[in-house]
Every structure is written in C-alpha cells, then in structure tokens.
Design a protein around this ligand. Structure first.
Ligand code: GRF
Length: 210
C-alpha cells in the first residue's frame, strides 16, 4: 500500500481528483495519510476534512525564517513518513534538503507541456496567459518527479489539450484541469503505487510487462 501525502496551497481540485480516484477505485493500492497546506483556510483543507484525511497547515507566517519553515515542513514529512509526496497546486519552492531526502519520491503537476511555459514565476494562471500570448494551438499538463530544478525533473506523464479561439486564461485553465490534470495525476499515482514505472538514465520508463 503506497502511503501518500498531498501538499496544497489553494482550491485543491487536483487533491479532490486524487480523493475521488481512491474512492472510485481508479487509484489503487494507495492510502492518503495527510494533506499539508502552506495556507490557512483554503478549500483544500475542507476537501481533506470531508474525506476524513488529516489536514495540516505549515505556514511561513508562523516561522521567523524561511529555514525554520523549511525545517518544519521536512520534520512533518519525516513524522508522517509517506512513500510518495504529491505536490498538487503547491506554490512553495521545495528545499534541496527535502528533494534529497525524498529523491524520486516527490511528484508535481504542472499545467503545461513541459518544457514549455514553466520555470521560476510560471505557475497557475500565468502559465495559461503565456500559452495564449504565444498563440500555441496545443497545451496540456505534465506530471514529473521533482528534482533540484524548477519543473525540470523526469517527466512521468503528459496530456495535450486544444487551445480554442476566444479562450481566456480562466477558460483554458479549467479545460486543462478537466481534460488533463485531473486524469494524469491520479493515473501517475496509480502507476507508482503498482510499481509500473522507474527512472532510468534520467528518464521515466515503464517496467517490463506494464
Ligand atoms: C492547477 O492549475 C495546478 O496545475 C497548478 O495549480 C493550479 C491549482 O490547482 N499547480 P488546485 O485546484 O489547487 O489543485
């Protein structure tokens, strides 16, 4: 049974997709043991509570320095001891210490086809604003392992989503969530929970027979 902790910052629609996937059996062999938010009072925490999952707030505002905040985050993860950490709309830079401690055991969902429209400062609605400004006809979402870089870890899964004439960033964001994020993130967790993928020479490959 894969024990996962999901880290969130806001609405938690990706968290909800994971909760629903576990409930409806599309995400198997997985136990959601906790949700960690860097923000108080966000809908993600309501979603966790409704699912009977412990919700924990670790807010930078409660710590004198960023290092203290990072240490608190890492201490909590060490205490929960998940097999996999899932960043689902988590808008905090993951400290190197945490990447090392959970090497190839942290995954992230990004709302573009990496390497397009990613990196420092490119998150949430900004991603879709950039895609529309560039005039791409296809965008989508990516699930990847987290390494020391920003959105640079080995790619696990991607799914394309058509950009339509007249799209606003909000309309495009919603389509990318519905058609891509909420599908490939639960699928990636199910693949990891059932040992179907591995990282070889920096790339994610499916294990033989999967
Ligand atoms: C989503 O677009 C996700 O890709 C990005 O943050 C946005 C909000 O996600 N990382 P959620 O609704 O909080 O899951």
């Amino acid at each position: 049974m894969l024990k996962i902790v999901v880290m969130v910052s806001g609405g938690g629609t990706n968290l909800q997709a994971i909760i629903d996937g576990i409930k409806n059996g599309t995400v198997t062999n997985t136990e959601l043991i906790g949700v960690i938010s860097n923000n108080k009072g966000v809908k993600s925490l309501d979603r966790a509570a409704a699912a009977g999952v412990p919700g924990i707030v670790i807010s930078p505002a409660d710590y004198p320095t960023r290092d203290d905040f990072n240490k608190a985050m890492l201490d909590k993860l060490e205490e929960l001891a998940p097999d996999l950490v899932v960043l689902a709309g988590f808008l905090v830079r993951i400290p190197e210490e945490m990447v090392k401690r959970f090497s190839n055991r942290i995954i992230n969902i990004h709302p573009s086809l990496i390497p397009s429209f990613c990196g420092v400062g490119c998150y949430g609605l900004k991603v879709h604003e950039k895609a529309l400004a560039r005039g791409v006809k296809l965008t989508g979402a990516t699930v990847h392992f987290v390494n020391e870089g920003m959105d640079e870890g080995p790619i696990i899964a991607q799914r394309g989503v058509a950009v339509e004439d007249g799209d606003t960033p909000e309309i495009l964001q919603r389509r990318v969530m519905e058609q891509a994020e909420w599908v490939i993130l639960p699928q990636a967790i199910d693949d990891i929970a059932n040992d179907r993928i591995e990282v070889k020479d920096g790339h994610v490959v499916r294990k033989k027979g999967n």
